[in-house]
Design a protein around this ligand. Structure first.
Ligand code: NAP
Length: 412
């Protein structure tokens, strides 16, 4: 990643009619450096990405990095926190990666991350969770966790449709509901609305099933609270099964069918579609994690479960993520800007580095993704780690952010 110059001599990734990517040998990938610790971790990640591509393809393939501005750097240079040019670049080049961004206080923007998701319709928040040998983890068998969470990003109680208690809107709504729908709401209630559509639920489940098929996972689990919220979460479950049946009839099989038709044995090559109630899923994640692969779920369940799973394998500092839509995908560090460490070359760049590995998988350069993951694991299991892991380990060699990246490159 040429942070300084970002000369653009590459070719755009484009989309085929069926939504799959057409990736040239020299794709342009967009990067947003990020605020706070963003420049430190971006520099470290850049070294690892470029070394990984070079090692895997020996110059036959090469990334042309194109910097886009967002956050404090954008504000300083353009007076805008999220310039239109940045959104256009992401639309044009289809795939990008970003460091963490400060949420401007009083800037009229709820959060730059939320704005990016909304404007580019990045409807699937994707969080792979697996254990890396050597990372201190709070459970006995963290290596049994290998799951990918697909969390719906645009609906549910997170849609931001709510009114404070005592407001004219809440009162009006409560009266309407009483008068026309015969349901009682206490007079001092705040009211939030939980919209969940068939379209948004199904496009999320579709992406989760495609991922399971592409990556050779055995199951997709729909995680919901449909036992209580029948018409929203219950419908999510129902729409998920329907989609699998209509769009992937040859490639999937429901868990019920496995028992009813196939004597409990999954037919060769099929992905099993099952569902679990969310509270039960938290237990299953701890007790029987090896029975779960891809998880698809509405916004709120996904928020809780993805952080809980990340904690199970050693914490959010190592957790990669992406927000993906039908046109654009943005890969990102899942932690914040940790401003107290900015510029100290101290923090752990793993979240951004592993998000980059996901990005290479996404564009079909799996050799690079795998190389990054295995060499990062080799580094950590050799006890070479940044301060955050070192303080939890007894015999670690604590290194700086940039030195950690160098060690990963050496392990390639
Ligand atoms: P944070 O930046 O994630 O930092 C909280 C703590 O987590 C840090 O003090 C540090 O813990 C640890 N940490 C975070 N990143 C780390 C790394 N790479 N390596 C090692 N340790 C790391 O959360 P915050 O302080 O609540 O938020 C700060 C700013 O970030 C806010 O402006 C917020 O809006 C923004 N934010 C952005 C994003 C995003 O862009 N995706 C996400 C979350 C928050 P110790 O102090 O224990 O060492």
């Amino acid at each position: 990643m040429n942070m300084a110059g970002s000369m653009n001599r590459g070719t755009s990734i484009t989309l085929h009619d069926n939504g799959t990517l057409n990736v040239p040998e020299n794709p342009v990938l967009v990067f947003i450096e990020g605020d706070g610790i963003g420049p430190d971790i971006s520099r470290a990640a850049a070294k690892v990405f470029d070394a990984g591509v070079h090692k895997a393809y020996d110059g036959k393939r090469q990334v042309q990095w194109q910097e886009a501005l967002a956050g404090e750097k954008a504000f300083a240079e353009t007076g805008q926190w999220l310039p239109e040019e940045t959104l256009d670049m992401l639309r044009q080049y289809v795939v990008g990666i970003k460091g963490p961004l400060t949420t401007p206080v009083g800037g009229g923007i709820r959060s730059l991350n939320v704005t990016l998701r909304q404007v580019l319709d990045l409807y699937a928040c994707v969080r792979p969770v697996r254990y890396f040998k050597g990372v201190p983890a709070p459970v006995r068998f963290p290596e049994k966790v290998d799951m990918v969470v697909f969390r719906e990003n645009t609906e549910d109680v997170y849609a931001g449709i709510e009114w404070p208690a005592g407001s004219p809107e809440a009162n009006q709504l409560a009266s309407y509901i009483k008068e026309h729908l015969n349901k009682e709401i206490r007079p001092d209630s705040a009211i939030g609305i939980k919209p969940m559509s068939k379209m948004a639920s199904q496009r999320l489940v579709r992406r989760a099933i495609r991922h399971a098929l592409d990556q050779g996972y055995q199951s997709v689990t729909l995680v919901h609270k449909g036992n209580i919220m029948k018409y929203t979460e219950g419908a999510f479950r129902q729409w998920g099964y329907e989609l699998a049946e209509t769009e992937f009839p040859e490639q999937t099989v429901s868990e019920a069918e496995v028992y009813e038709k196939y004597e409990g044995k999954t037919p060769q090559g099929r992905v099993v579609i099952k569902d679990r109630i969310a509270d039960m899923m938290f237990q299953q994640a701890l007790l029987r994690p090896d029975e779960y692969d891809v998880l698809a779920m509405p916004n709120l369940n996904g928020d809780y479960l993805s952080d809980a799973l990340a904690a199970q394998v050693g914490g959010l500092g190592m957790a990669p993520g992406a927000n993906i839509g039908d046109q654009v995908a943005v890969f990102e560090a899942t932690h914040g800007t940790a401003p107290k460490y900015a510029g100290q070359d101290k923090v752990n760049p793993s979240s951004l580095i592993l998000s980059g590995a996901m990005m290479f998988d996404y564009i079909g350069w799996r050799e690079v993704g795998n190389l990054i993951r295995t060499s990062l694991e080799a580094t950590v299991s050799a006890g070479v780690v940044t301060y955050d892991l070192a303080r939890q380990m007894s015999d670690a060699q604590e290194v700086k952010c940039s030195e950690f990246a160098d060690a990963i490159v050496e392990h390639m």
